[in-house]
Ligand binder design. Structure first.
Ligand code: MG
Ligand code: MG
Length: 259
């Protein structure tokens, strides 16, 4: 089922999006050399509960994971790109960290992910990889407007990732979002323009380009959740929740806190 949100639901979606973005913004500012992934999870829990929001992850038990997830945020380090289960690990200088967070506020969910480098060492390949996913995300958002089709967004995203030299995995990608975190339509990170569902005002989408440096193949950790690059190469992931409006697309997961 594809949900089209009412004006009042869109108002709640904006609040949910700002909350997700502000939590990610705060967590990023706290992540330094030595920060433990379990502390990040605990901080996320505190901020979610303090806001009166509901975690989309704690009870999440999809067919592809060893559910329920049991944590409040996904934390992927270096070769871990999707569904990173928080574990007892202290961040090191130069680690590439991906944080992915989804919460529901007054019944509407928002979902966003950021990748960034911890500490003072900024490996050029990691910087380039993060920037490619951010560029692909901007291209997908720019293609999103009423009348455009899902394939147009997939094509825009996939073109940027491919031109940057990254293999593209189409198993996991973006998705509709609304009263639940994962809904139709699926938004693959590569596709053909002019194909698929036609966008309408009120549709909420989470767009999420992600890449691995030298492969499109994932491998699942023994934890049953964390997905890594099969080669052990580095990975990056950028995600926003957007609303289709009459004029184009509104990004809902931008932080409203100052730096
Ligand atoms: Mg996400
Ligand atoms: Mg998502």
């Amino acid at each position: 089922m594809i949900e089209i949100l009412s004006a009042s639901e869109l108002t709640r979606a904006r609040a949910a999006g700002a909350l997700v973005a502000n939590i990610l913004h705060t967590l990023k500012s706290r992540c330094t050399i030595g920060t433990n992934l379990l502390d990040i999870d605990a901080w996320a829990k505190d901020m979610i509960l303090e806001a009166g929001a509901v975690s989309c992850y704690v009870d999440y038990a999809p067919s592809f994971g060893r559910g329920p997830f049991g944590h409040y945020i996904c934390t992927g380090v270096n070769d871990a790109v999707l569904h990173g289960l928080p574990r007892d690990y202290a961040l090191a200088d130069g680690d590439l960290l991906t944080l992915d967070l989804a919460v529901s506020l007054e019944g509407i969910a928002a979902d966003s992910a950021i990748s960034f480098i911890v500490g003072d060492t900024k490996p050029a390949e990691s910087v380039a990889m993060i920037e490619a996913t951010e560029r692909a995300l901007r291209a997908g958002i720019a293609a999103a407007r009423p009348g455009a089709r899902i394939g147009d967004l997939s094509y825009a995203i996939g073109t940027v990732l491919s031109e940057a030299g990254y293999p593209v995995n189409t198993e996991f990608g973006g998705h509709g979002i609304g009263s639940t975190m994962h809904q139709e339509p699926h938004v693959a990170n590569m596709g053909r323009p002019g194909r698929g569902y036609k966008l309408r005002p009120g549709l909420l989408l989470a767009l999420e380009p992600w890449v691995m440096a030298d492969t499109a193949q994932l491998v699942t950790d023994p934890d049953g959740w964390t997905l890594r690059s099969v080669t052990g190469s580095r990975t990056a992931h950028s995600e926003h929740t957007i609303a289709i409006t009459q004029d184009g697309a509104e990004i809902l997961t931008l932080p409203t806190l100052g730096s």
